[in-house]
Design a protein around this ligand. Structure first.
Ligand SMILES: Nc1ncnc2c1ncn2[C@@H]1O[C@H](COP(=O)(O)OP(=O)(O)OP(=O)(O)O)[C@@H](O)[C@H]1O
Length: 259
């Protein structure tokens, strides 16, 4: 069974659709990259899948997560799924943290909401989670502003993965980071995917990330999917002119493509 099944998903305001009937599936252990220019509807689709749409937007069609229909789900159940089954990693990782709570307190509160266990076990889990993303356990006593951007995004990822989700939605998680920190975050996601077998829906406008990490690629343009398939196939032999233009815009990819 697919972890995620999306059928004819539309998202938009009352007067204007921005995502216009897209369909795709994500399997367990798959890294699917959603690529396309700015404004093509990638984030909006991801928000609808994660049940995080802005109040002025609504979604139609079908989104099934582990067989459960997300768009029909009461908000309480959706919050449970978002905590445990689906993790969302934002481009703006600062928004995952409350400035006046320490990093450790964030991890503690998250576990208290979703699990019932002793405080000593929660502390142990927090330390393990920080270590798993290469952060020292001592960072749990610091406040968010006392961490660098890369450290904070790692902490956000550790927090998102604490409940061992089946699906990680990462919406341009490296955009605000320097290239070394970005590389580390991508490596980390790849490692976590290998270890846990989770699926990753990775939103990016950087085709190089898709080329290096994704199993499959889905290309969006103006709210439609124009092409989807295996990563190597799409990059070597793109069928759609829009995909070709995206590849041509990245010289290093153009060299290895059959364009
Ligand atoms: N809350 C909103 N209300 C109305 N229009 C919106 C809202 N959020 C986004 N849009 C519009 O919807 C379109 C799709 O936006 P979306 O954020 O999904 O694009 P994207 O492909 O993720 O772009 P980027 O790569 O820049 O993040 C854009 O034209 C955007 O201006």
């Amino acid at each position: 069974m697919s972890v995620l099944e999306v059928k004819k998903l539309t998202v938009g305001t009352k007067s204007q659709p921005f995502v216009k009937g897209i369909s795709f599936e994500v399997q367990r252990g798959e890294w699917l990259a959603v690529v396309g220019q700015s404004g093509s509807g990638k984030s909006m689709a991801a928000s609808a899948i994660g049940g995080l749409l802005k109040p002025n937007l609504s979604a139609g069609g079908m989104v099934r997560f582990n067989g459960n229909d997300i768009l029909e789900m009461p908000s309480k159940k959706m919050r449970e799924i978002r905590g445990k089954g689906i993790a969302y990693i934002f481009q703006d990782y600062q928004s995952s943290f409350t400035p006046f709570l320490t990093i450790g307190k964030h991890f503690d509160e998250y576990q208290r909401t979703h699990l019932s266990m002793k405080k000593s076990q929660r502390i142990e889990n927090t330390q393990q989670a920080l270590l798993s993303v290469g952060l020292a356990a001592e960072l749990s006593t610091r406040y968010p502003f006392q961490l660098s951007g890369g450290q904070l995004q790692r902490a956000a990822i550790a927090l998102a993965l604490l409940m061992k989700p089946d699906l990680v939605i990462a919406d341009e998680p490296t955009t605000a980071l320097d290239s070394i920190s970005s590389f580390r975050i991508l490596q980390l996601l790849a490692k976590l995917k290998e270890e846990s077998g989770c699926a990753i829906l990775y939103i990016t406008h950087d085709l190089r990330h898709a080329a290096n990490y994704a199993d499959n690629i889905l290309v969006m343009k103006e709210g439609h999917i124009v092409e989807q398939g295996e990563q190597a196939q799409i990059l070597a032999c793109p069928e759609h002119t829009y995909t070709r233009s995206l590849i041509e815009a990245v010289p290093i990819l153009k060299q290895t493509s059959n364009l």
